[in-house]
Write a protein that binds this ligand. Structure first.
Ligand SMILES: [Fe+2]
Length: 441
């Protein structure tokens, strides 16, 4: 018997409501990204589901039998602190015993849903390896100018790791009940599922005490990705939170905790046997010590908290410039200002070039790079028309930086302009015969 037309119409118009009434089952993995846990032969895979599932990675060598091996991990429930209290499960699986420099094919998920198939190359753990990095900060969901170029270059195998110097999503992972975070993590999957994506916290992540940042990423160490260090090739790379200097509500003791950790880490990295094999010490943090942008940030006023510390805390909090100088940090990478700026070797607001002809050959102070122009909805910042003498090169083009730690004595940096279709608009070789504090004299 036929259903009368008007009844059929009524049923049809009710259909969306019926669908909405049942909560959807979301067991499909998304937001897949890799990070390097620091131990040779390892790689961490992190992803999200909205329902609870198992956490498995099936993988195998490229060209071998697919999904020959399996690794299991676990998931943590992350409840966003926004109004909707959105829930998601963050899955983490660490692969171990990977063959250095071998390429693996993998997917992740569970028998209730699998991701697409991705691949990665296990990091080469030799100290004579010359790793290549892409680095940038402040790339967001809206207007991610450099994203397409970075996706293609990563998939072409041009990078061994990405350094994202704070403020993923520009405008905070927590916004719109953490949907901005989801969207951003989906967007970077086409990069981050193929190479380790190493991060540090930025401003804007402070909402709900950095919980979106701390929950979504899987960096080495025990600080929920806030500060940590790792090694690759002849470099020791330190990631830190500049935000501890700005959000005292979460406890000014964080400044001291991080400072002590940094001191210990630098002490260890400077032991002669360690510095001999990993002579380059690089740092990455979101807010720069120096900058010459025409905005209200504290680096434009030359009283940067990150550089000089804070005297309004009890006891006064030490800044990082002296610490990094004392332990002979070679290169300091920053973002936050939505521009690119290369500095002459600088310490205490003064230029310390290696020589007049070759400023970056045996520099007498750390080299600072600010690379925060990957693309935000805020557009790039403007420059102060009268920069201090330490400002060597500035660009307002959208873009990102490439870096290669070639060997114990040579490190290469270049700036790519997205506005100019991938043109390299700046490059330097930093050359050092000696590393450490004594190299400054
Ligand atoms: Fe920022």
């Amino acid at each position: 018997k036929m259903v009368p037309l008007h009844t059929a119409c009524l049923l049809l118009s009710l259909a969306p409501l019926l669908v909405l009434g049942v909560p959807p089952i979301w067991t499909q993995p998304e937001q897949v990204h890799l990070s390097y846990p620091g131990a040779p032969g390892s790689m961490a895979v992190t992803w999200t589901t909205f329902n609870e599932t198992e956490s498995k990675v099936e993988y195998g060598l490229l060209g071998g039998r697919l999904f020959e091996m399996i690794a299991k991990g676990g998931a943590t429930l992350f409840v966003d602190s926004g109004k909707e209290k959105r829930k998601m499960y963050i899955h983490r699986v660490t692969l171990t015993d990977l063959k250095p420099a071998a390429t693996y094919v993998y997917h992740c998920g569970s028998d209730e849903g699998w991701s697409e198939v991705f691949s990665f190359t296990a990091l080469n753990d030799s100290t004579s390896f010359s790793p290549r990095f892409a680095l940038y900060g402040d790339m967001g969901n809206e207007n991610p100018q450099s994203l397409a170029r970075l996706q293609k270059e990563t998939q072409l195998g041009m990078y061994d790791a990405i350094l994202h110097i704070g403020k993923p999503a520009c405008h905070s992972l927590f916004q719109d009940n953490a949907r901005i975070g989801d969207e951003f993590m989906r967007q970077i999957q086409s990069i981050a599922a193929y190479v380790p994506y190493m991060t540090c916290p930025g401003n804007h992540e402070s909402t709900y005490n950095f919980s979106n940042y701390r929950n979504r990423f899987t960096m080495p160490g025990q600080t929920e990705s806030l500060w940590y260090s790792w090694n690759l090739g002849s470099a020791h790379i330190i990631s830190l939170s500049t935000e501890v200097y700005f959000y005292l509500d979460f406890g000014q003791e964080l400044i001291f905790k991080q400072y002590e950790w940094l001191m210990k880490d630098l002490e260890e990295a400077n032991k002669p046997e360690n510095r001999a094999v990993r002579p380059w010490i690089l740092t990455m943090g979101h807010r720069p010590m120096y900058c010459s942008d025409d905005d209200q940030d504290d680096c434009t006023q030359f009283d940067s908290y990150v550089r000089l510390g804070r005297s309004d805390t009890e006891p006064p909090a030490p800044g990082l410039e002296d610490l990094f100088y004392r332990y002979g940090v070679d290169v300091e990478l920053w973002a936050h200002e939505h521009t690119y700026e290369r500095l002459w070797p600088v310490y205490g607001d003064k230029v310390y070039n290696g020589s007049k002809e070759q400023p970056y050959v045996n520099p007498k102070a750390p080299v600072h790079i600010i690379t925060g122009s990957a693309g935000c909805r805020e557009k790039t910042d403007r420059f102060n028309p009268n920069p201090k003498e330490w400002s060597a090169f500035r660009s307002m083009d959208y873009g990102y930086t490439r870096m290669q730690v070639v060997n114990a004595t040579h490190l290469y940096l270049e700036q790519v302009s997205d506005d100019q279709y991938g043109k390299v608009i700046d490059s330097i070789w930093v050359e050092k015969e000696k590393h450490g504090f004594s190299a400054w004299f």
